[in-house]
Design a protein around this ligand. Structure first.
Ligand code: NDP
Length: 246
């Protein structure tokens, strides 16, 4: 079995996850791509390989602890170790609370919080056994501040920061295991496609049009910086906004 540096990326079928997969592949990692849309993962694997990188994919729904475990096992079996997990998959169906979009609240809790927890559960035992690894959990500027319409989404992203910081403190200090929170501001991706509340969508669009957003590659670069620090350095959090975002 080879011992190639390996990174698992959830939500790799679009936006930040896709850009992060390309960035880590370019930095020499074997990337294990995970999301639900298989065609996109197939295309990304081909694109990475055409550029000289190395990739595999496994169709995975992060809301299933079993599927996340199976994803980690597949990466481990292929390369003998897991260096990095980027818990990136997420949804942002913003809405005012009095619209009572319970189904969307459930989805955000399931994907944005439980998905991150299941990712941690899938790799932590492996990383503890290896005594090294790096878990990066994607939160948001919305994990630092709440706006009208973002109550539940922000709640999930505050939770991601709490979970990440708690995990970081619990790591055995003799292990080279790092935890990083990635908190982007507005990034031009497909994330807003899940917003069904027209009132929120209108105000969100006008806010977005008032600034030049980040590109997914900007976040991927920041992740590349965090993972390439020497082992005694843990970049605890990357908070990165468009220059014009308040
Ligand atoms: P995209 O909508 O472009 O990507 C979201 C990704 O999540 C897709 O690849 C999607 O894949 C995946 N996903 C959604 N649900 C599931 C699921 N149940 N199982 C597996 N994968 C799933 O958005 P972004 O790239 O912008 O979002 C990535 C992360 O960044 C999210 O956590 C988001 O909250 C966060 N973020 C984004 C910001 C932005 O402005 N764009 C700002 C701050 C944070 P598929 O549908 O194929 O399963």
């Amino acid at each position: 079995m080879t011992q190639k540096n390996t990174a698992i990326i959830t939500g790799a079928s679009s936006g930040i996850g896709q850009a992060t997969a390309k960035e880590l592949a370019a930095r020499g990692y074997h990337v294990m791509l995970a999301a639900r849309r298989e065609e996109r993962l197939v295309d990304l694997k081909k694109e990475i390989e055409a550029e000289g990188g190395s990739a595999d994919y496994q169709v995975t729904d992060v809301t299933s602890a079993d599927e996340m475990k199976s994803l980690a096992q597949a990466a481990l079996e292929k390369n003998g170790k897991i260096d990095i997990l980027v818990n990136n998959a997420g949804l942002m169906p913003l809405s005012y609370m009095n619209k009572l979009k319970l189904d969307e609240w459930d989805k955000m809790v399931d994907v944005n919080i439980k998905g991150v927890l299941y990712g941690i559960a899938a790799v932590l035992p492996i990383m503890e056994q290896q005594k090294f690894g790096h878990i990066l959990n994607v939160s948001s500027v919305a994990g630092h501040q709440v706006m009208k319409g973002s109550a539940v989404y922000s709640g999930t992203k505050y939770a991601v920061r709490a979970i990440s910081d708690g995990l970081r403190q619990e790591i055995d200090p003799s292990h080279e295991i790092r935890v990083t929170i990635v908190s982007p501001g507005a990034v031009a991706t497909e994330l807003t496609n899940t917003i069904t509340d027209d009132d929120v969508l209108d105000s969100f669009k006008s806010m977005s049009e008032s600034m030049e957003p980040l590109q997914a590659e900007d976040i991927a670069n920041a992740i590349g910086y965090a993972v390439e620090q020497p082992p005694h350095v843990d970049v605890n959090e990357i908070l990165i906004r468009p220059r014009q975002q308040p």
